[in-house]
Every structure is written in C-alpha cells, then in structure tokens.
Design a protein around this ligand. Structure first.
Ligand SMILES: O=C[C@H](O)[C@H](O)COP(=O)(O)O
Ligand SMILES: C=C(OP(=O)(O)O)C(=O)O
Ligand SMILES: [Mn+2]
Length: 467
C-alpha cells in the first residue's frame, strides 16, 4: 500500500444513488438475477448491519486503488508479475497476529524468490482482510441423514454443523468488517514498518534446512544478503526497501456488504468499493447480465473475473465490454482456472479471441480451483503436480500465442498444514486427520508455496522449460 495524502483520506463520502451520475446505478443489481445470495434470517438485523456498514470508515483509499490499477497495467504489458495468495476462506478465529504474519511472510518470500530469480517486479496481493464469503456447489449439506444449509463463509454463517450456526446471520457482516479492519491494520504495519525490508529476507525463513525448498531459499537469501552488503558499501540508500506495496483482495460475492462499503470519491464523484483494493467475480457469479457483474462494473477498483473450463470466447468479450468498455489499462484481470487436464485445449481459443479483439487484460492463472479432487478419506484436496501442471500449461499457452502470463492466484497459508498432496517433502492423505485446517478448499502449505515460487521462477526465466 502506498502513502496517501490527508486530502485523499477525507475524500470519501457515502455513495448514495441520488449522488453524482456515476453512482446512480449502484443499486441496479438489486433488480437483476443473483446467484449464491444468502437468505438472511432476520430482516431487522440485516437493516441494522447495512446501516452500520454504510457509516464506517473505508478500509482502503481511492489513491491506493488507483496506484494498484497502474501496477496491473504493467503486468498486462508483461512488465510485472502479479502474486495473489491466501486462504480459501479466512476465519475470525484465525485472524491472529501469528497467522496473519505467517501468511504475509509467505507471500513476501515467494515475491522475493520471483523478483530475485526472474528479475521481475512483483505486485503483491493477499486473499486477505475480507475473504470471508464462499460460493457453494450445493445449498445444503447432509451428514448422517441430517440436512442443513451449507457453510457459506463466516460472513454469512458458522461452520459448526448445527441449525443455529448455519442460519444466515447478517450481523456477521459487521464482524467481518471489523476483522478485516484489524487484519489490514496489521498487514499495513508489517509492510510499511520494516518487517518487509528486503534486508530481512533471511529472517523470514522458518523451516528445517533439510527440506529442499527451505535450503534453496536459504541459499538465495545469502545471495541477496551479499548483494545488499555490496550495495550498502557502494552507498545505496535503503530507505525505499523498508516498505513494500501490498494490496488486499477478495471475491466480491456478498453484494449487500460490498454495496454498503462503497463510497464516493469526492474529488471525482466516482464510486470505489472500499472493502479491498482488488475485487474479483467468481466462476459461479460471472453471468454477464447478472447482479455481480453489474455492480462491479460500476466501481472504480480493478476487477478480476474467474474463468472456468466451460467459458466461451463470446462470454469473455461480453464481460470485457461490460466491465471495461473504455479498455482502461489495468482495469480488468482474467483469472483462468481450467484444470490441468484441459488447460492446453481450452485456454488458447479464449486468449486468442481476446487478443484478436485488441484487448490487453492481465492474465492470471489460478491453478487450484480446476484441480480439486476428493481424497479416499473424504477430504477435498489437490495434487501439487496437477497444480504445477496447470501453471506449466498456462505458460505454454501464453508463450505460443505471444501474450503475457501476468501472474498467479493461489490458495495458500503460512502454516504447516497438510491439505494438498505431494510436494518435495511429500504430504500424503494420512496427515489430513491431524493437519487439515481449511474450512473450505485445500491450501498449499508454507513449504509447498515456496517450492511453487521456485518452479514458477524457472518458468519465467526459461520459458522453453516446463514449470
Ligand atoms: O473456493 C471455493 C470452493 O471451490 C467453492 O466454495 C465450491 O466448493 P464446494 O464444491 O465444496 O461447494
Ligand atoms: C470460489 C473460488 O473460486 P472460483 O470462483 O474460481 O471457483 C475461490 O477463489 O475460492
Ligand atoms: Mn477456494
């Protein structure tokens, strides 16, 4: 996140539909078909929550959001690489200092590997400080003959399998806001207060050096240390290295929440979603005439859209026309999540259709969501080799078409969990019982995340070799 002026902070007003012309359509989504919306149990609680959220301070500022758009424009041109990472579903209880710092540190380490190894600036973004709402394949879940509403993320209901916990409780939106606020406060402190200093690159390593990814990281950190000492001796001013830009992002699934946190930038009259810098539209809610696409087309934040294996080129062009009619650099990111088995077959038509239409979005790979399988013992999991194969397919397709592989979007944690199978320090199913913590999708653990960063660096520096 970048420094912002006092004027910018004061520049937000509550975005009312009666305001400037640009904010007039902010409630149009309410008249459109909507997927994955909760059914709030208590209307009074709902009204009170929305009223409260309409008055709270913004979590992010217009100036920061505008800078991020320019960074994404660089990634679209192939001048930077985007790294988005974090939980599938954040939790209130998991939003502790230790866990947040482990996640931020993991992203910083991966970014250091990419920046140092591939000499490319990395746009760092967390699925953090707001990633609380989950779309589900099924509205209900059945256990031992009992059927209850599915868990939809802690902003909607609780994970516990009881009728009370699974009720859609609008007061949770307020708790999600406050948890996002304290999380982002810590992220800002870490990334602006010296924790992200590249001179700490060594101190971020936390694992046993016998594990290959940690050993490799240690080697790289020693090289960076040497380079830093050399630059220091040569009189380089390190002040800029103490801080790093770090952006927040989540799926903009819960439109009640997003609408209530939208504010008008009084400098321009433009509406900004202030819940996060970057918002994306999920695979299940990207209908071009639906509520989510309509609402997000009206805020100034850079917008991502997930694209799954059934995506048609015409849908993609229609989404681009609706969300980015003026073709503003950095406005639009397509996050492809095809599945390792089909990416080489389905991605080329989409990318070439977009290229032929003269568009230049950021192309990001999400190698997680097309590769989910159920393990023999019932856990949702992903194989590290499938994840890496999708990344390799993504690089292959963009290399063949002459387009830019602009970044990756990964579900990961800084903790030593066992949720995804494989990796150099082999995780197998027997570890799930004790070390599977995710309430939704399986994440790469800390070591698997680092391993991925090394493999992707290789793909960026030697495009002829496989990731
Ligand atoms: O990230 C989210 C999941 O992929 C999504 O919630 C679907 O999961 P489900 O099939 O378990 O509902
Ligand atoms: C639900 C998610 O992804 P997708 O919309 O791609 O399925 C997610 O990112 O957690
Ligand atoms: Mn997920």
């Amino acid at each position: 996140m970048t420094a912002h002026s006092r004027d910018e902070i004061l520049a937000f007003g509550t975005a009312t539909s009666e305001g400037a012309a640009t904010t007039a359509g902010l409630d149009h989504w309410r008249s459109l078909p909507i997927s994955q919306a909760p059914q709030w149990a208590d209307q009074e609680d709902y009204k009170a929550a929305v009223a409260e959220l309409s008055q709270v301070p913004p979590l992010v500022f217009a100036g920061e959001v505008d800078v991020l758009r320019t960074r994404l424009a660089e990634a679209a041109r192939g001048e930077a690489f985007v790294l988005q990472g974090g939980d599938c579903a954040e939790t209130f209880a998991g939003s502790t200092a230790n866990r947040i710092s482990a996640r931020v540190k993991t992203i910083l380490q991966m970014a250091a590997v990419l920046t140092y190894g591939a000499s490319v600036p990395v746009v760092k973004m967390g699925r953090i400080a707001g990633q609380f709402a989950k779309p589900r394949s099924s509205d209900t879940e059945t256990r031992d003959g009992v059927t209850l509403p599915s868990f939809r993320g802690e902003i909607v209901n609780g994970y516990e399998f009881t009728e009370e916990a699974r009720r859609h409780d609008a007061r949770r939106m307020v708790q999600a806001y406050h948890t996002s606020s304290s999380t982002l406060n810590l992220v800002r402190a870490f990334t602006q207060g010296g924790f992200a200093d590249l001179r700490s690159v060594h101190a971020w390593n936390q694992g046993f050096l016998a594990n290959p990814a940690y050993a490799k990281y240690e080697e790289m950190a020693a090289e960076i240390d040497r380079a830093v000492r050399f630059m220091g001796a040569a009189g380089v001013d390190f002040e800029a290295m103490r801080r790093t830009e770090f952006y927040s992002a989540h799926e903009a699934l819960l439109l009640d929440y997003e609408r209530a946190l939208t504010r008008e930038d009084s400098r321009t009259g433009n509406p900004y979603a202030t819940s996060a810098h970057f918002l994306w539209i999920g695979e299940r809610t990207r209908q071009v005439d639906g509520a989510h696409v309509d609402f997000l087309s009206r805020v100034r934040n850079p917008i991502g859209v997930k694209l799954g294996p059934s995506t048609k080129v015409d849908d993609v062009l229609a989404l681009a026309e609706k969300i980015d009619p003026t073709r503003e650099p950095g406005r639009l990111t397509f996050i492809t999540r095809m599945g390792a088995g089909v990416i080489r077959d389905v991605l080329p038509d989409i990318v070439s259709g977009v290229k032929d239409a003269g568009l230049e979005p950021v192309w990001v790979t999400d190698p997680m969501h097309g590769n989910t399988v159920t393990a023999k013992n019932g856990y949702k999991t992903r194989r590290f080799e499938d994840v890496m194969d999708e990344v390799a397919g993504f690089f292959d397709v963009h290399r063949e078409l002459g387009t830019h592989p602009g970044g990756m979007h990964v579900e990961l944690t800084g903790d030593d969990v066992a949720e995804c199978l494989g990796g150099a320090n082999l995780v197998d199913e027997s570890a799930f019982e004790e070390h599977y913590e995710s309430l939704c999708d399986p994440r790469l653990n800390h070591e698997q995340s680092l391993e991925m960063a090394f493999l992707v660096t290789e793909a960026l520096t030697h495009p002829d070799r496989r990731a």
